[in-house]
Design a protein around this ligand. Sequence first.
Ligand code: HBI
Ligand code: FE
Length: 295
Amino acid sequence: MASPQRVEHQLTDKGQVPVYTTAVVEQPWDSYTATDHEVWRALFRRQRQLLEGRACQEFLDTQDAMGMGEDRIPKFVELNRQLQAKTGWTLIGVEGLLPELDFFDHLAHRRFPVTWWIRKPEQLDYLSEPDLFHDLFGHVPLLMNPVFADYMQAYGLGGVKAHGIGPEALAELTRLYWYTVEFGLINTPAGLRIYGAGIVSSKGESIHCLDSAAPNRIGFDLRRIMRTRYRIDTFQKTYFVIDSFDQLMQATAPDFRPYYAQLATEATIPAGDILASDTVFQRGTGEGWLTDGDV
Ligand code: HBI
Ligand code: FE
């Protein structure tokens, strides 16, 4: 597939290691192949069938409302018309993971970076870095929700500030992103539902996070989350549950500087631990957990 300006990937003995790039690119929609569109279709169909009754209704409704369909890879320009009108967000095409400050700065200006390329058919069930399906299918629909859209901008503004404070603050804020935007659950009258992009874009984790006895499910607690280490190579050991997007927005409205000062005096919490102060929805069995590798 032709690419606008593919950066050189460093080749290592483990294959390609993505390099950070700040490049913003136009979505090369005309250069997507039939296979690219077929990968989108297969992933979209499979996840939407799986997510009925698993994803929160707001995720499903916003995805439909913005006209994100299965038949072909959506055009950023078309989605941008919906997004800009609804919450003022704009999708920008990127090569892949951005340096954190670039990423935060885009969010702070209501720009969401979406990887322009989609995974290969042989990568349907797992790939190591976010592709178009993860970003577009997973992250973009909830940007149509005004409260979540505000949270994402507030997160970006907080990230720019944290970047100026130091690496510990950055690590604590990254944990918040991980346990909400990527792997968050929400409580509803019908039971726990998914809103995290890393889950809804993954077949295995969409099942595991709600059905498995292995993981902990714990009520949202901002500073507890900011201390909690996480997994990047396996399903999460712990999922945190919010009551509403309003709760998320209210919890993150205050200035975090006092939190960073307090957190600097506290140890991190292993990904699988439960604290006496936790609101426990499920105390996991820990089946299948790896003992090392928490980030
Ligand atoms: N870059 N394109 C892109 N997408 C992300 O989700 C992303 C990123 N850079 C950094 C990053 N996420 C995480 O470190 C956030 O917690 C900041
Ligand atoms: Fe993501």
